[in-house]
Design a protein around this ligand. Structure first.
Ligand code: ZN
Length: 366
């Protein structure tokens, strides 16, 4: 069975304006490209086409989610504010999360694209799939967007899917270099969604993503944070998968695995300080695909989040897509030898300690 793929040109038209990485320009900050601009995603989509992989996938159409769909996660006041600012000249979902005219509609389309892939996976129309959406979603909280995210694409899609499909348990595995605070907060008291986030310790948001944050009430034990020290590479991430992520998934036995997929853990990223490369993402995908085959009929879907190296994200993304589709294209990663050869790619003791601390908290999953 085929792999699903969602993309829409409008995702690239979401306008984050001018910035120095993410700081607004001023008399001492020269205007440049905002870190979260369309280039990374456009080039990922372009490499997919050049590789010949796109035409071997099932194209899944985006349908914008409604305000009612958004309101399963977001507050009505917040939705109304984004909608009003978007219909004028744009605004800020919170400081440092700017958006332009029309971004409300584009964000609804992005959540809809995530839902389209999830729906196709749950209904069995495709084996697995990827939504290459923008704006991203995993930092958006109920009453405020943040971290370049307007609406929680994945929480909105999961909550919508609950009303359409029969399933009890979803596991999210967020490999974006930043903490998946929005997904965490959406399901913090909900044992029906196991949220797992691997991220660079203390990066963003401030004071979030601690291993001690494990969920609350009925959801206690069903949130797992794996904060990894800056400088972690291939060995640390694979060890975190083998020692925490996979044991958690096999204990939880989800009906579907969902990945908030950011590529800002790569060695080339301007915002993150990790050292991953395309083969790391390929390996992590392979492990999740095998777990999904064992646990939930292969149901695995991903929705695009961060990743700010326009040159490198496409090769990491292509590796994931090749693995999902089980098709190896003729494209080689030109950066692979250099990044894989960096000293420190193997697991280091202080990284193993951080992983062991997260592994010690697996007992909360029933
Ligand atoms: Zn990120």
């Amino acid at each position: 069975m085929a792999t699903g793929w969602n993309f829409h040109e409008l995702y690239l038209w979401h306008d984050t304006g001018r910035a120095a990485l993410f700081y607004p320009p001023g008399l001492t900050i020269e205007p440049g490209e905002h870190a979260e601009n369309a280039d990374t995603k456009r080039r990922f989509k372009n490499l997919m086409e050049v590789s010949g992989l796109t035409e071997q996938l099932v194209s899944l159409k985006s349908t914008a989610v409604s305000d009612e769909d958004l309101a399963r996660f977001h507050s009505k006041d917040y939705i109304a504010r984004i909608k009003a600012d978007s219909s004028a000249c744009g605004g800020e979902a919170s400081p440092l999360t700017p958006f332009g005219h029309g971004s409300y509609e584009i964000a609804c389309l992005a959540a809809g694209g995530t839902y389209a892939v999830m729906d196709a996976v749950l209904s069995g129309a495709v084996a697995n799939g990827y939504a290459l959406v923008r704006p991203p979603g995993h930092h958006a909280e109920a009453a405020q967007g943040m971290g370049f995210c307007l609406f929680g694409n994945i929480p909105v899609a999961i909550l919508k899917a609950r009303g359409v499909h029969e399933f009890d348990r979803v596991a999210t595995v967020d490999w974006d270099v930043h903490h998946g605070n929005g997904t965490e907060s959406a399901f913090y008291e909900d044992p029906g969604v196991l949220t797992i986030s691997l991220h660079q310790e203390g990066l963003y948001p401030p004071n979030r993503g601690h291993a001690a944050d494990r969920g609350k009430g009925k959801g206690e034990g069903y949130n797992i944070n794996i904060p990894l020290p800056a400088g972690s590479g291939h060995g640390a991430y694979l060890a975190a998968f083998e020692r925490v992520v996979l044991p958690a998934l096999y204990k939880y036995k989800p009906d579907m695995i969902v990945v908030p997929s950011g590529f800002d853990g790569s060695a080339a990223d301007p915002l993150g300080r990790m050292m991953l490369y395309s083969e790391t993402y390929r390996h992590m995908t392979r492990m999740l695909k095998a777990a999904a085959a064992d646990l939930c009929g292969g149901r695995l879907m991903m929705s695009h989040e961060g990743g700010y190296s326009a040159a490198y994200v496409p090769y990491c993304g292509l590796a994931v897509m090749e693995e999902l589709a089980d098709i190896k294209t003729a494209v080689d990663d030109p950066f692979l030898e250099e990044y894989a050869g960096y000293p420190g790619q193997e697991l280091r003791p202080w990284q193993a300690d951080a992983i062991a601390a997260a592994a010690s908290l697996l007992g909360g999953i029933k």
